[in-house]
Design a protein around this ligand. Structure first.
Ligand code: SAM
Length: 291
């Protein structure tokens, strides 16, 4: 029996259907599951948090390479199927929870010093999960995610490219990204309409955001960067005024751009992540009352 046959037989036996709204496209190519686990760069003492184990195709390959695997699955039927028929070794723990709300920080702390997140991410929530991982970066040695190719392009875009936006900027400020490989639709059941891309993220050792309260800083920066990209046809000053509440005075924004030697007609899509960070910090400072 191939992995494809196993997955289909298990779904039928348990009366389960693949739910599109939960992004359930299961890996059915054992070679690809192995290749993903190998790309995670695990050492025998490492722990893995897997997001969305589904029927365990990737979980088993990860378990063969890690000291512990904690897999977070939202679907109760899949959690039961995994527990009863998943053929998982004893060092795998499956948690029935939503990866968007479960306390990942506490989980990472419990698992020890070298924790990686790995996941064939559900399409429907891949962007918010990626965003959560950025907040967790100081607790993780990295993450390896399979996402829609379009999401990978948005993650890795550089200034001037159509896909360049806040997702790329926030990632560039926090992690180094590597595109590992594409996975064609027929590697999954049901077969999705899109190609997937495997991307590895490694937190920057001393990134531009590192500091005492990096999560709060990232949130502030995110607000400003999102506003900057919010209305793409507007200049930076007009986009920031339209996207921030309360709108900063024009004179404040003009003064910030002059101080940073940025053309006042500039648009966010042409500016490097470090420049957007400098603007964001200046805007945040201008809104903070002097002590
Ligand atoms: N890892 C499995 C594989 O590769 O075959 C399944 C991957 S499938 C693309 C995504 C999995 O994530 C599904 O099992 C789905 O039920 C689960 N999932 C969807 N939303 C989730 C969430 N918010 N939290 C945790 N798991 C979620």
């Amino acid at each position: 029996m191939t992995l494809r046959d196993d997955v289909r037989a298990l779904l039928t036996r348990r009366g389960l259907a693949a739910h599109r709204d939960r992004g359930q496209n299961f890996l059915v190519d054992a070679g690809i599951a192995e290749a993903i686990a190998a790309a995670a760069g695990l050492s025998p003492g490492d722990a893995v948090i897997e997001i969305g184990p589904g029927l365990g195709s990737l979980t088993r390959a990860l378990a063969a390479r890690a000291a512990r695997v904690v897999a977070i699955e939202i679907d109760a039927g899949l959690v039961r199927a995994l527990a009863e028929e998943g053929d998982l070794p004893a060092h795998v723990e499956v948690i029935h929870a939503d990866a968007l709300t479960v306390d990942l920080e506490a989980l990472a702390a419990r698992l020890g010093p070298t924790v990686r997140v790995v996941g064939n991410l559900p399409y429907s929530v891949s962007t918010p999960i990626l965003r959560r991982l950025l907040d967790l970066r100081s607790h993780l040695s990295g993450w390896l995610v399979l996402v829609q190719r379009e999401v990978a392009l948005r993650l890795m875009a550089v200034p001037g490219e159509r896909d360049y936006g806040s997702l790329a900027v926030l990632h560039a400020l926090c992690v180094r990204l590597e595109r590992i490989r594409d996975v064609p639709p027929h590697g999954f059941y049901p077969v999705p309409k899109v190609t997937s891309t495997l991307v590895r993220a490694t937190p920057l050792e001393s990134g531009p955001l590192d500091g005492p309260d990096e999560v709060a800083d990232l949130l502030d920066v995110e607000r400003v960067v999102r506003a900057a990209f919010g209305t793409r046809r507007k200049t930076l000053v007009n986009a920031l005024r339209a996207g921030l509440d309360p709108a900063p005075p024009v004179e404040t924004l003009d003064a910030i751009l002059v101080r940073l030697a940025i053309d006042p007609r500039a648009r966010a899509e042409a500016l490097a992540p470090a420049t957007l960070l400098a603007i964001a910090r200046a805007v945040v400072r201008s809104r903070t009352p002097d002590p």
